[in-house]
Design a protein around this ligand. Structure first.
Ligand code: UGA
Length: 425
């Protein structure tokens, strides 16, 4: 998120200095290379490095001297063995930056945080900064999706400014003026923090809603893809985040709904969010259902069965494998004795590092060599466009489970495939 924000701010014409404590990351960025896969971002990074508007450093002292506005874009992962979010990276930034802040400036948090964090950090900032009250905090949550980070940053649906003063509001309005006519909602700190958490909770709920319908469709021999299509024509419902399948993963939705429940509990409002427990449970049941469908196609168990897994990233156009439903399914099948071979266009190296015990291939056809069943778990375009005949010529048996409802069932069935999908007959 930080590299995206830095490059986009430079693209808008600002002088930008990007800071990370990881020297290796900074070296890469200075060479114009991205540590992550994000379409369109590398070109933008290189363009702005060349123009001199964008530079990088590992020095807080340099950053403090340089900036009038400091954006904090660090992660807030789930704590090990708990639902709560780990906000220690945010505290570390404030503790490292503040002692160098000796003149008026604005520090702006963009991370997804438990409500109440901004208030606490604002106090800490003023306490640690030599410039005291001249240093101010604002909260400006980020809504970007991986894979669409540049577009979501330069053309956001809305901008939320959690501010404690008119001065902070003005600074941030000026920063975002080059974006043009974007709705801006000005709030206090807790509301700004909650908008972000509520947005992700809503998206997760919408996905789990359609996946709950998929469960009912499976029991009733109905077709959830058509159900979703029919619902989508109702403007009040809409079709986005209504794609039934393997459910949500990644570094945001799963941990954000859990952190939200944990924080609501601390605030004595846990009852309000007990439904998110169901949202989480429905989501996880899809993975188990996927494994069951695949097992059903190869016999009693996965022992001595060859399974091709198409997709390792948590979604297409990303190399992120954090809480990836695809890898979760692959790992489970491996544990049940299946011989799993995975292919993903960009997330292969990350997957191999995380799960060295599984098999990997460098193309879909290689992965499917002699497979007893093929599982489509991340709907990359190149998988959607696969030729059923070409794939059919390398597998042992023409069995496919479409975990993302991304393929045309008829095309595959007429090519002699035994086609199964989540939520469809
Ligand atoms: C999500 C939000 O969409 C962003 O608005 C937010 O800023 C971001 O989290 C964040 O908190 O930083 P992201 O995690 O990049 O963005 O991914 P999404 O595109 O929202 O997809 C999340 C998961 O839901 C993926 O695993 C995807 O496959 C799944 N999904 C999405 C479905 O299963 N069905 C759908 O209809 C849509």
């Amino acid at each position: 998120m930080g590299a995206t924000h830095a490059a986009c701010m430079a693209e808008l014409g600002f002088e930008v200095l990007g800071l990370d404590v990881d020297q290796q990351k900074i070296d890469m960025l200075e060479r114009g290379e991205l540590p992550i896969h994000e379409p369109g971002l590398e070109e933008m990074l290189q363009r702005n490095l060349k123009s001199g508007r964008l530079r990088f450093t590992t020095s807080y002292e340099e950053a403090a001297k340089f900036g009038d506005v400091h954006f904090i874009c660090v992660g807030t992962p789930q704590k090990k063995g708990e639902y709560a979010a780990d906000v220690s990276y945010l505290d570390a930034v404030v503790e490292s930056l503040a002692p160098h802040l000796d003149r008026e400036c604005l520090v702006v948090g963009k991370s997804t945080v438990p409500v109440g964090t901004a208030e606490r950090l604002a106090d800490k900032l003023v306490r640690l900064a030599p410039a005291g009250m001249q240093v101010e905090l604002a909260w400006n949550p980020e809504f970007l999706r991986e894979g669409f980070a540049v577009k979501d940053t330069l053309q956001p649906d809305r901008i939320v400014l959690g501010v404690a003063s008119e001065r902070a509001e003005k600074v941030l309005r000026d920063v975002y003026t080059p974006l043009g006519d974007i709705p801006i909602v000005v709030t206090d700190f807790p509301t700004a923090e909650l908008v972000k958490t509520a947005a992700n909770a809503f998206l997760a709920t919408k996905i789990s809603f359609i996946n709950a319908m998929a469960e009912v469709c499976e029991a009733a021999h109905a077709d959830v893809k058509l159900l979703s299509l029919a619902l989508s024509y109702d403007d009040r419902i809409g079709g986005r985040y209504l794609n039934p399948g393997l459910g949500f993963g990644g570094g945001c939705l799963p941990k954000d709904i859990r952190a939200f429940m944990a924080r609501a509990g601390e605030l004595g409002a846990d009852q309000a969010l007990t439904f998110l427990r169901e949202v989480d449970a429905i989501n996880m049941r899809r993975r188990a259902r996927m494994v069951d469908l695949a097992r059903g196609l190869v016999g009693e168990s996965f022992a001595n069965r060859t399974v091709a897994v198409l997709g390792a990233a948590f979604k297409p156009n990303s190399d992120d494998i954090r809480d990836s439903p695809a890898l979760d399914v692959a790992v489970t099948i491996g544990q049940e004795g299946g011989m799993v071979t995975i292919y993903d266009p960009v997330a292969l190296d990350n997957a191999r590092r995380a799960h060295p015990g599984l098999g990997y291939a460098t193309s879909a056809l290689d992965a499917a060599q002699d497979a007893d069943v093929v599982l489509l778990l991340t709907e990359w375009d190149e998988f959607v466009q696969l030729d059923p005949e070409a794939l059919g010529s390398v597998v042992s048996t023409r069995n496919i489970v479409d975990g993302r409802n991304a393929l045309d069932a008829e095309t595959w069935r007429s090519a002699g495939w035994h086609y199964r999908a989540l939520g469809r007959p």
